[in-house]
Design a protein around this ligand. Structure first.
Ligand code: ARG
Length: 742
């Protein structure tokens, strides 16, 4: 009986069509109400209580937000607990910054990897904290209860922020917890997330970057992919299991839950879920916002970051010390730069703005069919159109000077402006006070992790980039000086600034602070550069700020209306809020895709692809010789799939974004199948509009992770610590046992 039912149920699923890509980043607290039935049909075997519970240990207790400080309001990545002793997996690119800081040219863990053989060898990662979600709750009524009808939007926000502070303080239990309240649906709902934050996190293991970042920025945001994007940390607690600052007396955390690991691997259509902390999406953005990003904002950032990267690349590839020094900075810039290029291309190609225009048309006719709706929502889109129009005009006058004036000596000179202004105004008292403040600066820290050659070249190149983006009459005064005193030669100007400016070296700044001669500041080229660029910004800031305020107010109104519109016209549709660095769950399945006509991309890739891509000595496609030799021998041990191949990465339809990096991708039993680490090029528009046919999450297969730990690094101590499971081989189906004749 049971079996028959099972078969019937299966037939039912097939008859309603394949369950495809699953859009949505869902709040764990609503999983039972909104998603559970669907997930069960797709293959989930856990109960809602086993997923998210505030009374019992549940899966959510193994999901960790990685922050940079002790009271993070958001997370740069996600990690998951994988052992009874607080062992944590995340991506290589998530541990990158910490690993860089722990490294030196002699002990370059980015280049050479690092494996602790026991607890005592684990290295404290000063700037990584691990936040565990204790509970979340709806505080919409409390927060919005302070809003009254006579408030304008600014007053409303002030009242809301004050209430948020008050509620957070009340929930902190004297600092035991870090409660964070965030707005959802553009400030139409509010939820509080109460975290316990562990600040003693230590590096346990990481493979060479030539494994963890294999393929570099060429392969970044792309499939097929062969990157072993994982690193391993451990969370430490005091003897009672509570968070404590680093101490050698701290002990590995005994977690409430850890994820078991599955060696079963993935098949097409397998159910998958991903839990983590997606950072930000813009799924409810208007077409005007999209056009502004594509036509104005992204191109500016692409222009500036592209130049910075070009300079860094040149020096980094020539010098190991510079390579290490700029590693994290470079990776971050390159990641955003390529993302923005991808977004510009794919937002256009996937016609996202056009899709939104169609939606907005429907929305507006729904709004106009009712006088009350017209009064409440009728102006939102026209207001957004106007505000984005303004932003489109002024953005370049803000962003170019802002980025360029921040570079090198000009950036430092800016800090001296209040002091110099007070001196000019003959306000001796203020000047003296400002000078004292300046003397308190950690001058050396301002130059730490910088190389003068790289900085000077960047300084010069960005000045050229700025110049190229504007008409001569729009340029700030500093370009007149460059023309008159340096015959327009920007490199000569940069040489002069780096040789003579007060703000060029730690020594010259310290010398100035010891014997200040404020008159000199007014004549300093770096200072003139800074003030003349700041002047350009100030001319345009009022219009920019005003437009930004109009955008946030009207986004709020638009999304409020949009939710009503969906409720009225598509009541069966559940809406999920945009990502905002709070815990989300996304579910889907393992799927291949077709990136272009006549092209098919498989859902797995194997270690053979590493050999295909391998370029010895290359900056991006080198790989350790020992790895190549293991692959050539196909020495994969228990980590091989049924064909004796080693799966490196696989694709799933889960809906994720930045911040999800390092998130566990799990099967229906809540066992770890891999770590999510990227999205694919063809769906780079995905943060604005989910593309079911194209959008995929790129995951590193846990079997490749274990293979690297075990067979490549020989870190069997870690393998022993993990909870590794393999199910019995599935019995053959009847048809397979008795082949049909004929
Ligand atoms: N695209 C990945 C993300 O945003 C980061 C990959 C880092 N790798 C790199 N080559 N920069 O999470």
């Amino acid at each position: 009986m049971k079996k028959v039912l099972g078969i019937l149920a299966l037939a039912f699923i097939i008859s309603i069509g394949r369950v495809y890509a699953d859009e949505g980043m869902w709040l764990p607290m609503f999983v039972e109400r909104l998603n559970y039935v669907d997930m069960q049909k797709m293959g989930l075997q856990l109960t809602p209580e086993e997923l998210y519970s505030i009374n019992h240990n549940s899966l959510k207790d193994a999901i960790v937000g990685l922050g940079s400080d002790a009271k993070p309001r958001g997370f740069f990545c996600t990690g998951e607990i994988v052992s009874e002793h607080g062992l944590l997996f995340t991506n290589h690119h998530c541990g990158y910054s910490s690993i860089q800081k722990l490294s030196s040219v002699e002990h370059d863990y980015l280049k050479d990897g690092f494996w602790a053989k026991n607890y005592s060898e684990e290295l404290p990662a000063a700037d990584m904290t691990a936040s565990f979600l204790i509970r979340m709750e709806d505080v919409t009524n409390d927060v919005l209860g302070v809003v009254t009808n006579d408030m304008d939007f600014a007053a409303r926000n002030m009242a809301i922020n004050a209430k948020i502070k008050e509620l957070e303080a009340a929930a902190s239990e004297d600092g035991k917890y870090n409660p964070v309240i965030k707005g959802f649906f553009e400030g139409n709902e509010y939820y509080m997330f109460v975290y316990q934050v562990y600040t003693d996190v230590r590096l346990v293991g990481v493979a060479n970057s030539s494994i963890g970042k294999f393929g570099g920025d060429t392969d970044n945001w792309m499939w097929p992919r062969h990157t072993g994007d994982f690193s391993i940390f451990r969370v430490y607690a005091d003897k009672n299991g509570n968070p404590a600052p680093y101490s050698k007396d701290n002990v590995p955390l005994t977690p409430k839950h850890h994820l078991p690991i599955s060696l079963d691997g993935v098949q097409k259509d397998d159910f998958t879920m991903i839990w983590g902390f997606p950072g930000s999406t813009e799924r409810y953005m208007s077409s005007y916002g999209i056009d502004y990003n594509v036509d104005t904002f992204y191109p500016i950032i692409i222009d500036i970051f592209g130049k910075q990267l070009e300079v860094m690349d040149e020096y980094m590839q020539a010098d190991d010390a510079i390579n290490l020094m700029y590693a994290d900075n470079h990776a971050g810039l390159a990641n955003t730069w390529k993302n923005f290029i991808g977004q510009c291309t794919m937002l256009r190609k996937n016609k996202v703005s056009e899709t939104k225009v169609a939606l907005e048309k429907d929305f507006m006719s729904w709004v106009y069919s009712d006088p009350n709706r017209k009064a409440e929502y009728g102006q939102a889109l026209p207001n957004l159109k106007k505000a984005y129009g303004t932003l489109g005009k002024v953005a370049k006058y803000i962003y170019y000077p802002n980025f360029v004036a921040q570079t090198g000596p000009a950036g430092i000179a800016a800090a001296f402006a209040p002091y110099y202004n007070a001196y000019e105004e003959k306000d001796k008292e203020t000047a003296a006070m400002m000078l004292e403040q300046l003397k308190g600066m950690d001058v050396d820290a301002m130059f730490a992790e910088t190389n003068p050659q790289v900085e000077k070249k960047t300084f010069a190149e960005l000045l050229k980039t700025y110049k190229n983006a504007f008409k001569a009459e729009e340029l700030p005064e500093i370009y007149d000086i460059i023309d008159k005193k340096f015959k327009g030669d920007i490199d000569a100007f940069a040489d002069d600034v780096y040789a003579n400016s007060i703000f060029a070296t730690p020594e010259s700044i310290k010398a100035f602070l010891e014997k200040p001669n404020p008159k000199k500041i007014g004549k300093d080229y770096a200072y003139i550069m800074s003030t003349s660029m700041m002047g350009k910004i100030m001319e345009n800031v009022p219009a920019y700020r005003e437009a930004m305020n109009v955008v946030s107010e009207n986004d709020h109104v638009f999304v409020k209306g949009l939710r009503e519109y969906y409720a009225a016209t598509q009541p069966e549709k559940s809406l999920y809020p945009d990502a905002n660095s709070t815990m989300r769950m996304s579910y889907g399945s393992v799927q291949d895709y077709q990136p272009a006509d006549a092209v098919h991309y498989d859902y797995v890739c194997t270690a053979n692809g590493i050999i295909e891509k391998y370029v010895p000595g290359d900056y991006e496609f080198d790989a350790p010789k020992e790895l190549i030799s293991l692959i050539e021998k196909k020495d994969y041990g228990v980590y091989a799939d049924d064909n004796g191949e080693l799966i490196v990465c696989f694709l799933s339809t889960n809906d994720i974004t930045g911040g999800n990096s390092g998130s566990p991708i799990m099967n229906g039993k809540g066992e770890l199948l891999g770590l999510a680490f990227d999205g694919n090029w063809e769906a780079m528009s995905g943060d604005v509009n989910f593309e079911p046919k194209l959008q995929r999450t790129i995951n590193v297969d846990i079997r490749y992770v274990l293979f690297i730990i075990d067979k490549y690094a020989g870190a069997t101590n870690l393998i022993d610590e993990l909870d590794i499971r393999k199910s019995e081989p599935k019995p053959l189906r009847v048809e397979e046992e008795t082949p049909v004749q004929g």
